[in-house]
Write a protein that binds this ligand. Sequence first.
Ligand code: GLN
Length: 536
Amino acid sequence: MSTKYIFFTGGVVSSVGKGVTASAIGRILKERGFAVAVQKLDPYINVDPGTMSPYQHGEVYVLDDGAETDLDLGHYERFIDISLNRVCNVTTGQVYADVIAKERRGDYLGGTIQVIPHITNEIKRRIGLVAKTTGAEIVIVEVGGTVGDIESLPFLEALRQMRSDIGRQNTMYVHVTWLPYIGATQELKTKPTQHSVRELRSIGITPDMIIARSDLEVDEDLCKKIALFCDVERRAVVPMVTTDLLYEVPLTLEGLGVGEYILERLGIKARRKPEWEPWKKLVTETRRQKPTVEIALVGKYVELHDAYMSVREAISHAALAEGVEANIRWVHSAELEKGNCWEILKEAQGIVVPGGFGSRGTEGKILAARYARENKIPYLGLCLGMQLMVVEFGRTIFKTDRVNSTEFDRSTPYPVIDLMPDQRGIADLGGTMRLGLYPCELQPGTISAEAYGVELVQERHRHRFEFNNAYRKPYEDAGMRFSGISPDGRLVEIAEIADHPFMLGTQFHPEFLSRPNRPHPLFVGLIKAVKEQAGL
Ligand code: GLN
């Protein structure tokens, strides 16, 4: 079969859950036996989100190949259980950088470089790369932002052209919109959806399906009205009511016949019957009343929960597998420094310190690590959370608060965390960290080896600093075990405290490999330790 494309656009407002909807539809198609990949087109000019503040953008999601991508790629990978690659996140910045580089090389032989066709051709080339590099038969493409934004126009124009390039039977346009509720008259309004569709049609794209998001039930009359005014079949109007449980969305859309409609529209037949039992179990198990465990997440971007999307997910996956509900308590690390929020930390049965950059709040994270170690509270440190656990331990060994990472104190007399040698002299901040999958050998008899149950693992990384090997000996003597080491013996990948039920830090980001049906072993290890202490 020729590659099929499903294009997702958003209307009315942003944050309507386009990413989750696209992921859910990906799952629905995978359940029918198709190889699926998802690509996100982001209209901003940054080359990737790697240099953006988490406040601007939420989490930076890292792929196997080290691409720093939009957090929607995390949804795609988790929902569909696939591994994507760097062509799956395209930004305006990448497209222009490429076209301008070609122009400078003289590749255009004197031509005038224009948005149409040069930019749009580059966008289409990158869309084409997804099937080539992933082997996907169905490629879902999500355009970031909202229809009507100036900056997404070249992307939409490229998508429009694709229908004539490869034919109607190979392309489908899905528009995700929002139905606002007017309290005074107690009704949902379709007008913004109508306007958004009109806007889309004015640039030459006629949607084949409208997914109407809403906080309230959408009745039949309203669906008919949307069908009539937006010129889609009634069957292609899909009301999607807000849910507190994202993993329910594939089942909801399946129940509304979305899978069958898409297949019919693209002229393909399911290869197998969907096997929804495991998903249904996941949803019922999540909904079931379970004992709760309190997990403190000590970070510096806690006001924006999206900044820790994958960490949050990984905690819930592990909790679910362990038959408990994890109640995540957000603790601002800078507040701990001021003596605030300690009551939340003290109520926590487990502590997670996630990754981060820059010095703000690091002392608070060190205090959290100290509290966890001294009180034997299960602790999982992720990247920076591992580095600061190492700093804390060093401050105890060497009895001075001057022990630090050179990221925060360049002239520390105890640089226990230091810049990796190949990071020295790097001036550009974008895409230059140690990124992506690297192997890690587990040392027998450690908590990590037991949790993983294998000898060698591959994990995703995103860092510049590392444990300074000059300190391995004093640390080991004081009771730290380096339970995960790179196969060449050079890099500490996991550190753990020997005399502690579960205090472990990883230089990598295990959260990126956790899946709803396959929780990450180290997060499971944390929850198990919490349960054990709680007598659950
Ligand atoms: N800032 C630290 C480093 O660059 C940690 C990075 C992270 O937590 N992702 O090594």
